[in-house]
Design a protein around this ligand. Structure first.
Ligand SMILES: [Fe+2]
Length: 303
């Protein structure tokens, strides 16, 4: 990687510390990167290797942010339009900031539970990028768990279960649906049925293999994963709790403390993440763009 970095003037790349995640890139303006520039491949390889990449000191508009992600991969248009930026459907807006005409843009308080983006879809999202615009005073962090490390460290009795041939988890997003104004007068049953129709529960292998690095990760999160296939109700509850309790131990958590201008990109194949809660009355706004690379989400799944 350092050879690649040396090809590009003024760019500083600081690798993740051994055993940790997160590379840092300084000295680039992503608005200036041209399609096909070598730095794009450098960024992709850093994401695969260090799992999380922070690009410092960026000044992005919704427009230029979308343009950059188009060069890196294929930006996602999230399936629920209430999250979309009005002019750029690729931009997912998490915000509680009143806009000029008094209308709120996007949805507030997203992702404050351990999850990996679009885990409840047949083809989950490869990368997630976030660019905060308004920082709440008390909470300037996002937390991550490297699920490849969790897999390596799993106690034997859990490891045996997830390594068994055909071991798989069920994932569903219905309980995380955020009720909207247009849902008034609908029963919870109707809402749940509609969500289940739009995104029915999916099954993915309990352990997924990264299509580029071959690294294996435990693919489960307390936010979206509900069942281990083949267990009865009681055994399932116990097993899932043991998996989540182990995964979410403090020693597995990496916290990113945001600085103004940070653009962060991570690989959802390895990392679970959680947004921090914002205190009542504090404003917060960020743009997110999901990016698909041209690889399958895991070995064995169609790209
Ligand atoms: Fe998320």
């Amino acid at each position: 990687m350092s050879t690649l970095a040396l090809q590009i003037d003024d760019i500083e790349i600081i690798d993740a510390k051994p055993g940790d995640i997160g590379a840092e890139i300084k000295g680039i303006d992503v608005n200036e990167i041209e399609s096909g520039a070598p730095i794009l491949e450098t960024i992709r390889q850093l994401i695969y290797r260090d799992k999380l990449v922070v690009i410092r000191d960026q000044e992005l508009t919704a427009d230029s942010y979308v343009a950059f992600t188009r060069k890196l991969g294929r930006p996602q248009v999230y399936f629920q339009p209430q999250y979309h930026h009005p002019d750029h459907p690729e931009v997912f807006v998490s915000s509680n900031v009143p806009e000029v005409n008094g209308k709120r843009m996007g949805v507030s308080g997203t992702g404050r539970y351990w999850h990996t983006d679009c885990q409840f879809e047949k083809k989950p999202l490869s990368f997630t990028s976030i660019y905060p615009l308004v920082f709440p005073k008390s909470a300037r962090e996002t937390s991550y768990i490297d699920m490849s490390r969790v897999y390596q460290n799993l106690p034997d009795e859990l490891r045996k279960m997830v390594d068994a041939p055909g071991a798989a988890f069920v994932h569903e997003g219905q309980m995380r649906y955020k009720v909207q104004e247009t849902d008034v007068d609908r029963s919870l049953r109707e809402l749940l049925d509609r969500i289940n129709q739009e995104v029915p529960p999916v099954v993915h292998p309990a352990v997924i293999e990264h299509p580029v690095t071959g690294i294996k990760s435990l693919y489960a999160s307390s936010g979206f994963t509900t069942k281990f296939v083949g267990l009865n109700y009681e055994d399932n509850q116990r097993f899932m709790q043991a998996i989540f309790d182990f995964s979410e131990r403090p020693e597995h958590v990496h916290t990113h403390y945001w600085d103004e201008g940070d653009l962060i990109i991570w690989d959802n194949r390895y990392l679970n993440h959680k947004a921090s809660a914002v205190k009542p009355g504090e404003l917060s706004k960020s743009y997110r763009i999901g990016i698909y690379d041209d690889k399958p989400f895991y070995v064995g799944l169609e790209p």
